[in-house]
Design a protein around this ligand. Structure first.
Ligand code: RIB
Ligand code: CA
Length: 307
């Protein structure tokens, strides 16, 4: 039976490939896509999600969500995603968003679900946190929460913090305290999914569908990561989706994860206790290694199956 999921995102170049992967995978039943600001403003991330869904010929409802974190405001990341969020690639406009704001829709789906639903978070965790704080009992209807977020060590926004985590640290802390398992695809995991021009060229050879072309065009705009040696760009968000589709591509460990919510230079840091130094309860699963060739093959095959 396909896994029922809600995909919360901030498209976002890597979000785009994650959305395509989720839509193309029979292992998942995407009940809704909810959108927050993050990589770009909500006006752009929402329009991007709608355009991606339309390009894929999907009827999955897309709902607008938070345009700011629980505290403060989002800071876009145009260096990676461009001003409009898809690296400057212009897609045909999608349709209108579905009625209902993200947090209400997430709660409604959970409340009405006959079986627990998996929450996938590949942007700031604001929408997911708002749903679970306004109706905490719904955590019982959450199978697990799978996030691209955080880092054991070095961040990609500050030395301490990864983009999704620092965009709304309080929201991430709420998810960590909700009582359901939280799975992390951290920067150390996604650094193993380094996309090179040769990888994109190989994907282009797999088909001629508009989604495959768009995915390759979008990914080709992402600059190589200096942090990772300048040879390729880490493909963050599809790693979270791939965990649900092919868990055998990964290894993981259970451990405690806490948030640094202070105002100082380490705000937004995920304190991932991989060696049980604190004795804190294990509230998370942290993905550790990735079979990168297997991951890229999976992604290429699924992208080629889309229209
Ligand atoms: O740090 C990478 C994460 O932040 C990814 O989800 C990317 O899309 C951005 O949202
Ligand atoms: Ca994202």
């Amino acid at each position: 039976m396909p896994i029922p999921v809600i995909l919360d995102c901030d498209p976002g170049t890597d979000d785009a490939l994650a959305i395509f992967l989720a839509l193309a995978s029979p292992e998942l039943s995407v009940l809704a896509i909810t959108v927050a600001g993050g990589n770009a403003g909500l006006d752009h991330t929402l329009a991007n999600a709608l355009a991606l869904i339309a390009l894929a010929g999907s009827s999955v409802p897309v709902h607008a969500g938070a345009d700011r974190p629980l505290l403060g405001c989002f800071t876009s990341e145009p260096r990676v995603h461009g001003e409009t969020g898809l690296g400057g690639v212009v897609l045909p406009a999608g349709g209108p968003p579905a009625p209902g704001i993200a947090t209400d829709v997430i709660r409604r789906i959970l409340r009405e679900a006959a079986e627990p639903v998996t929450l996938i978070g590949i942007g700031p965790a604001t929408n997911l946190a708002l749903a679970l704080t306004t109706e905490p009992a719904l955590a019982a209807k959450v199978q697990q929460i799978v996030l691209m977020s955080g880092a054991w060590a070095e961040g990609n926004i500050t030395p301490a913090a990864e983009f999704n985590a620092i965009s709304d640290p309080e929201a991430l802390a709420i998810l960590l305290a909700c009582g359901r398992p939280v799975v992390f695809a951290t920067l150390e995991l996604t650094a193993q999914a380094l996309v090179t021009p040769a990888c994109i060229a190989a994907w282009r050879g797999l088909g001629s569908g508009r989604c495959l072309r768009a995915a390759c065009d979008i990914q080709a705009t992402v600059p190589a990561s200096r942090r990772l040696g300048g040879t390729g760009a880490p493909l963050h968000d599809p790693c979270a989706v791939a965990w649900l589709i092919r868990p055998e591509l990964f290894t993981f460990r259970r451990c405690s994860v806490r948030m640094d919510l202070g105002p100082g230079p380490s705000r937004g840091r995920t304190l991932i206790d991989r060696w049980d130094r604190t004795g804190e309860p294990h509230n998370a699963v942290v993905l550790e290694t990735l079979d990168a060739p297997g991951f890229f093959d999976l992604l290429g095959q699924r992208l080629a199956q889309l229209p």
